[in-house]
Design a protein around this ligand. Structure first.
Ligand code: FE2
Length: 367
């Protein structure tokens, strides 16, 4: 289909939007398919009432805090998102885990420690992604209680994002991955007196415990291109244009089948006078959107704190809160760290979310 216009459109998306008016992007296939920019007198988020289950939702996951628990939050056939709390265990009580249902991408929100794997040891701190492929045996050696936003990839394996025309070294460089170290694994296990003899295996979401009479970590060497790794948000090189606001897909970090994982990290605002500096209102028509707010100042949202999660299903537009337009005028750069998961197929909500939902969130665009 060729481009077609009616009325008074803009020449360039996200730029030179007439004063007092608002641009809404309606696009298919997650910012890569057919797309139109509609110039409107008012943002479509100005609803006065919503009746029914489809609405923007906000959850305070901090209220789920505590203990040792994996709490499922949102899920579809391709992926599951969970909130995970773990406590440090005595060295002789550490158990390994293995996921036969898919890959686990742990995002460390709080706490720090090391991941013991057959391939070697990996360290993590808040802001680290830890990618553990399906059936890779791993155990957590924690320095302190730790909280993860966990993304399970059930129908594929995490891939590099589509790097398009920007080459192989952004938004992250292969050399910036944390890779497992085998010699240090044994040094740390010896120093801390750790011996892991039990593995909890998840298969069809049921757990089976397998026991051994000696350590499950006994590899003397390995080669290959399958191994768990870490990637820290500080090693992300966000793409931007000083002239125009780039779509969220520019911040893709990992891709699965039917979903992408994106990271928002600090970056300077667009400089040019007619450039939009807040996220554009959009209907990413084919995708549900989840944002986990890790740290910083979430400039496009009001009344947010770290540890919250928003859920904007397909079916209505979303965009910045009204005060964001004022707020960016006094700022030179974004100062937020957040993880976004956009899914091609609708997500279902686990009932636990009802307990921690901010029920008036859908009203937060009202002036
Ligand atoms: Fe979005």
């Amino acid at each position: 289909m060729h481009h077609y216009t009616q009325g008074q459109p803009t020449r360039q998306g996200h730029k030179a939007i007439p004063d007092g008016q608002f641009e809404e992007e309606q696009g298919l296939e997650g910012f890569f398919g057919p797309v139109s920019h509609l110039i409107k007198k008012q943002p479509s988020t100005r609803w006065t009432n919503i009746e029914g289950p489809l609405k923007p939702r906000m959850y305070d996951l901090v209220k789920l805090e505590g203990g040792t628990a994996t709490q499922r939050l949102l899920y579809n056939n391709d992926c599951t998102m969970s909130n995970v709390w773990m406590q440090p265990e005595a060295p002789d009580r550490i158990r390994a885990r293995r996921n036969a249902d898919g890959d686990w991408l742990y995002f460390c929100h709080k706490g720090s420690g090391s991941l013991l794997t057959e391939y070697g040891i990996l360290d993590f701190t808040p802001g680290s992604y830890i990618n553990v492929q399906k059936c890779v045996t791993h155990a957590f050696l924690l320095n302190e209680p730790a909280n993860f936003f966990l993304i399970e990839n059930r129908t594929s394996h995490f891939q590099e994002p589509d790097r398009g025309i920007v080459g192989r070294h952004v938004p992250w460089d292969m050399n910036s991955l944390g890779k497992p170290e085998l010699d240090r694994l044994y040094a740390v296990m010896k120093e801390k007196n750790v011996e892991v003899k039990e593995i909890d295996i998840k298969h069809c979401d049921e757990f089976t415990k397998i026991s051994y009479d000696s350590s499950v970590f006994d590899v003397t060497g390995w080669k290959g291109d399958l191994f768990p790794f870490t990637l820290h948000m500080k090693d992300l090189m966000p793409l931007m244009s000083h002239r125009v606001h780039l779509p969220p897909s520019a911040h893709s970090t990992f891709a699965g089948r039917g979903f992408v994982v994106c990271s928002f990290v600090p970056r300077p605002f667009e400089e040019e006078g007619d450039a939009l500096r807040v996220p554009f209102y959009h209907q990413n028509i084919d995708y549900d959107e989840v944002l986990f707010y890790h740290a910083g100042d979430f400039f496009s949202r009001q009344n947010l704190h770290s540890g919250m999660m928003s859920f904007h299903p397909a079916g209505f537009p979303h965009g910045p809160h009204p005060k964001a337009f004022e707020k960016v005028k006094s700022k030179t750069h974004t100062d937020e760290y957040a993880v976004m998961v956009d899914t091609r197929w609708p997500l279902k909500r686990d009932p636990v979310l009802d307990r921690v939902e901010l029920s008036d969130y859908w009203k937060s665009w009202m002036k």
